[in-house]
Write a protein that binds this ligand. Structure first.
Ligand code: PAF
Length: 281
């Protein structure tokens, strides 16, 4: 595996390989890699001749500076995991390399980015689109891989690709969970042992709500989740929304859509965790 830190070095390597007709896959990450990332990376390696994984904690997508400072940075361990997965290039640029000057571009994809995370993390998706569009321009991948855990992010990136005509395929990959159900996240590393136990309730409540939903209305299912999280020690609900999985707009009736998804954000202590579950589709 080649570990490269500059756009020039990455592009030099890629140009040579592309000249041999090789296909290129990209997995954008912010590092602190876990089995969830590994599943994206393995798929990328399997489906492309050349696999590029970017490891870059993108400052423009952090609306909470404390979160940016505390975001885990584990490049050495990340590179070991990437090497073991068969990655061709680990691209770990500096902030100056990615943003030699401030990125003043504005991305806006209403109504996808005006709900949920769009409300609670103003500017977040603008920053995500800034860095992801730069990575697409730099790497020019044939395919790019994103996790369904960041459900809204995936929908917005698909829309950006559609509107900007990026000539690539976006591949969404299912959430990977711990054996007990907790969705894998780099932020889980920040949970104390007690918080880790409390956080388990998030996926447990979501799974239970899927059962509950088979015999109850959307409004009743909404209340079921809200009440269960309110009753769970150590958790504070930021939002739970039952939405159409394509438009991300709230649904009032199960019959309204073929694709219903519940998206949740919960604080466990200071750590903000997100998860989602498919009810229909
Ligand atoms: O999902 C993430 O880790 C980030 O938002 C991404 C897509 C790597 C952009 O920084």
């Amino acid at each position: 595996m080649n570990i490269v830190h500059t756009i020039k070095d990455l592009q030099a390597g890629l140009t040579a390989l592309r000249a041999q007709g090789k296909t290129v896959g990209l997995v954008p990450t912010m590092g602190a890699l876990h089995a969830g990332h590994a599943s994206l990376v393995k798929r990328c390696v399997a489906e492309n001749d050349v696999a590029v994984v970017s490891v870059f904690v993108n400052p423009t997508q952090f609306n909470d500076k404390n979160d940016l400072v505390k975001y885990p940075r584990t490049l050495e361990a990340d590179c070991r995991l990437l090497e073991a997965c068969g990655v061709t290039f680990a691209f770990a640029p500096s902030v100056e390399e990615m943003y030699p000057e401030p990125d003043t571009r504005q991305f806006s994809y209403p109504p996808l980015d005006t709900v949920m995370e769009g409300i609670f993390r103003p500017g977040h998706f603008n920053g995500v689109c800034q860095v992801v569009s730069k990575l697409f321009d730099i790497v020019k991948p044939d395919r790019a891989y994103f996790g369904e855990k960041d459900f809204q992010q995936l929908a917005i990136i698909r829309e950006m690709v559609r509107q900007m005509n990026f000539p690539l395929e976006i591949v969404g990959c299912p959430i990977v969970r711990e054996e007990d159900g907790l969705a894998l996240s780099s932020r889980n590393a920040r949970l104390s042992a007690d918080e880790r136990q409390q956080a388990l309730q998030i996926s447990k409540v979501l799974f239970e709500s899927r059962e509950f939903a088979t015999t109850h209305t959307v409004a009743e299912t909404q209340k079921f989740v809200e009440d269960a999280i309110a009753a769970a020690p150590g958790l504070r609900l930021e939002y739970f929304e039952l939405v159409d999985g394509n438009t991300l707009q709230k649904i009032a009736d199960w019959e309204e859509t073929e694709y219903a998804v519940g998206c949740i954000t919960v604080f466990c202590g200071e750590v903000r965790l997100i998860d989602n579950i498919k009810y229909k589709g």
